[in-house]
Design a protein around this ligand. Structure first.
Ligand code: ZN
Length: 115
């Protein structure tokens, strides 16, 4: 196997990297799972990431922006996506949009108060 940190070729049963010191556990019961449920020392190929955690591309964010900018219809989608768990990244992006609305609301209130 190759060291996941530095790429050095290691013995299959090596418990640590002789080059950079990265530790390897070969006992599956003690391996910790990361956010994607994968072993800490293996990467999850992009086609195996569940839809729920699938990263969104720049164009996805662009079109979400366009969608949320549409009056009324965009607002409905914003509410739906904010509570939908079908994709965590889309949900978080929708939630971040609320922060912008809060800032707009504060600015609007300041202008009303300043009159
Ligand atoms: Zn290493």
């Amino acid at each position: 196997m190759y060291c996941i940190k530095c790429g050095k070729l290691l013995d299959e049963n090596a418990s640590f990297c002789t080059s950079c010191g990265a530790k390897y556990s070969h006992d599956s019961s003690t391996n910790q799972s990361d956010y994607f449920g994968a072993n800490s020392f293996s990467y999850t190929p992009i086609d195996q990431i569940p839809t729920r955690y699938m990263p969104l591309g720049a164009w996805s964010y662009f079109w979400l922006n366009v969608l949320f900018s549409i009056p009324f219809v965009g607002f409905i989608f914003l509410i739906i996506f904010s509570f939908s768990n079908s994709n965590i990244n889309r949900r978080n992006f929708a939630r971040s949009y609320w922060c912008i609305y809060v800032i707009y609301a504060i600015i609007a209130l300041l202008f009303i108060g300043a009159r």
